[in-house]
Design a protein around this ligand. Structure first.
Ligand SMILES: Cc1cc2nc3c(=O)[nH]c(=O)nc-3n(C[C@H](O)[C@H](O)[C@H](O)COP(=O)(O)O)c2cc1C
Length: 170
């Protein structure tokens, strides 16, 4: 059975829930998948395929997720990797969110050229202004992030299902 790690970083938990939904979907189509936080000490030899995701903050992944992808890429030996971002930019402008995500993925592939990226996607995230610590509220005043849960669960589930055949090829 193909063993897939769905590695995620999160600040407020919404990416954790998306990673869990992706793992759940992969399990439903016969893969052995588990969501794991990027900082929890992962042995890449224990997995056949990788899904790695992070929320976007200021146009970039949380650093733990980027570092995880770059370090893991050295020992993945060409195993398939799918990447996803979560953000709220797409609520107002899907093309802008796609461009931001694509720019980040391009940068990541530059610093980690051994990543065998077989798919990537950006999804709308979840944002509650009241949860922010004061210093992020100051930054957010200038960004006017749309509040609410914008996660499109069917889109997330469909993406996960669409990856399954390629993740299983390893
Ligand atoms: C200070 C701040 C900066 C953000 N920057 C971006 C951004 O650049 N692009 C974007 O699409 N979403 C941005 N977001 C929205 C988050 O990515 C979104 O709320 C995400 O679901 C948070 O994930 P988490 O709960 O896993 O931390 C930002 C949110 C905050 C509070």
């Amino acid at each position: 059975m193909t063993r897939v790690i769905v590695a995620y970083a999160t600040r407020f938990g919404s990416t954790h829930e998306v990673a869990s939904a992706i793992a759940h979907e992969l399990i439903s189509v016969g893969l052995d998948a588990q969501p794991v936080e990027v900082s929890s000490g992962v042995n890449p030899d224990e997995y056949d395929a990788f899904v790695i995701g992070s929320p976007l903050y200021g146009g970039k992944w949380l650093s733990g997720a980027g570092v995880f992808a770059a370090i893991m890429s050295e020992s993945m030996n060409g195993k398939p990797v799918a990447l996803f971002s979560l953000g709220t930019m797409g609520v107002k402008s899907p093309p802008a969110a796609q461009a931001e995500h694509a720019a980040f993925v391009d940068n990541l592939r530059e610093v980690a050229p051994k990543l065998n990226v077989i798919g990537d996607a950006v999804f709308n995230g979840y944002f509650e202004r009241a949860n922010l610590p004061w210093y992020l509220r100051i930054i957010d005043r200038f960004a006017s992030t749309p509040e609410g849960d914008h996660r499109d669960w069917p889109a997330i589930q469909n993406w996960a299902k669409s990856l399954a055949p390629t993740l299983s090829e390893s």
